[in-house]
Design a protein around this ligand. Sequence first.
Ligand SMILES: [Mn+2]
Length: 143
Amino acid sequence: MPTPSMEDYIEQIYILIEEKGYARVSDIAEALSVHPSSVTKMVQKLDKDQYLIYEKYRGLVLTTKGKKIGKRLVYRHDLLEQFMRLIGVEEELIYNDVEGIEHHLSWNAIDRIGDLVQFFEEDESRVEMLRSIQKSNEENGDS
Ligand SMILES: [Mn+2]
């Protein structure tokens, strides 16, 4: 199992390759706000653990294992953003909240959150019911 930090790298590398076709050390460093030397170190570890293949002057490619995990990590991040939006968390808080919790939930919890998102998406009136509860809680002084 990758550590939380490894997960952040694999997730970001997967996104960069999806969007641009490649992931350079400098792009990864910028996306994660870390020093390029930290990226090089982590990329070497990810290579050793067979998530990717890194060649200093030719860039890096995800292995089948790296791609599979990358895809799940991006799905997890997107699902949690959807969940936060659905439960009414303020938009400007969502990204950081998801970054803060995504590594600490079991895949079982992720799947159940997926069910809940589906439950609300299948019937817009369910979302409206939730909003009316939130509205009355706000009126009663809940933050
Ligand atoms: Mn994330």
